[in-house]
Design a protein around this ligand. Structure first.
Ligand SMILES: NC(=O)c1ccc[n+]([C@@H]2O[C@H](COP(=O)([O-])OP(=O)(O)OC[C@H]3O[C@@H](n4cnc5c(N)ncnc54)[C@H](O)[C@@H]3O)[C@@H](O)[C@H]2O)c1
Length: 282
């Protein structure tokens, strides 16, 4: 029998997770708070399947079978039969707490509760449940259908069995996992990109090299697909500033102290691609 997945939040990440899981044979229930949000999510999934079909990477039959495996609802109770639940709502602790409290009361005892948070400690999310050993981080990357990585995050109480189930789930949908063994601020990936962006911005700010040259150094010298300042523009200078500030607040490690330039760019609205101006003009 097909295994059941509930995805809470039909935004960019939740719809992507639903999309790849349905292709892999999971029976997916996608939950959001409004029908409009669910429609946006499923429209995005359909458009993405169409693209895969037109590129010959998925057959039309497989795409329609996958689509038929996704059901949508505004009722959280629909998660009660799930083997795995992945939460992908706004990055706000209070919102995640409300969902985990409710899920704790309704899902099966053996269900795994996963969060797609990019930065909130899993231990903090798990603390409002009666089963912190069954809570884990499954940090997928955007766009989910294209990006290979899933960063599995172990909270202080996450059990080996839960981690194994999370790995099995992520691998079943085609991802490769890394394991964050301790629930540190920024996990592994946000720690690495923050340290690199902060240092790149400091070099640029102090006039050591141009933005283009700093990015070229990483591309040609280290084989990175994209330089750190171009990455900051793509992700959003505000998003990276926020991530770095959180890591700094928790670690007090100077290497994560964001340079003044990043703060001033955010004040000025130079947030990167989404505003047409960041470290580069777009
Ligand atoms: N965007 C990224 O690149 C990215 C990458 C990795 C991880 N994340 C993380 O994934 C999570 C989701 O991010 P996103 O970019 O998909 O956000 P998003 O804003 O695109 O979507 C969030 C969705 O959650 C829904 N929602 C809010 N409260 C809800 C509730 N109580 N029940 C059900 N749905 C609810 C909203 O209506 C919205 O559709 C966040 O924790 C974020 O930090 C995002």
């Amino acid at each position: 029998m097909a295994r059941k997945l509930a995805v809470i939040g039909a935004g960019l990440m939740g719809s992507g997770i639903a999309q790849v899981s349905a292709v892999a044979g999971w029976e997916v229930t996608l939950r959001d708070i409004t029908d409009a949000a669910l429609k946006r999510g499923t429209d995005g999934i359909k458009a993405s399947y169409d693209k895969f079909v037109s590129k010959g990477r998925l057959t039309a039959d497989d795409a329609s079978a996958a689509l038929a495996r996704i059901s949508t609802t505004t009722d959280l109770d629909a998660a009660q039969e799930a083997d795995v639940v992945v939460e992908a709502v706004f990055e706000k602790l209070e919102v995640k707490h409300e969902i985990f409290r409710a899920l704790d009361k309704l899902v099966r005892d053996d269900a795994v509760l996963a969060s797609n948070t990019s930065a909130i400690p899993i231990t903090k999310i798990a603390a409002v449940t009666t089963r912190p050993e069954r809570v884990v981080g499954t940090h997928f990357f955007s766009p989910v259908p294209m990006m290979q990585l899933c960063e599995l995050v172990r909270g202080l109480k996450t059990s080996d069995e839960t981690l194994a189930t999370a790995r099995e789930f992520a691998e079943s949908v085609g991802k490769t996992c890394i394991v964050v063994r301790r629930d540190v601020a920024g996990f592994v990936t946000t720690r690495l990109i923050s340290a690199l962006v902060v240092e790149a911005a400091k070099l640029y700010e102090s006039g050591v090299a141009s933005a283009e040259d700093i990015d070229l150094a990483c591309k040609l010298g280290f084989g990175h697909a994209m330089g750190p300042l171009a990455t900051a523009d793509l992700t959003g200078v505000d998003i990276l500033l926020h991530a770095t500030e959180n890591i700094y607040a928790e670690t007090r490690d100077e290497k994560f102290a964001p340079p003044e330039l990043m703060r001033r760019m955010v004040d000025a609205g130079d947030l990167g691609r989404k505003r047409g101006q960041g470290f580069y003009q777009h």
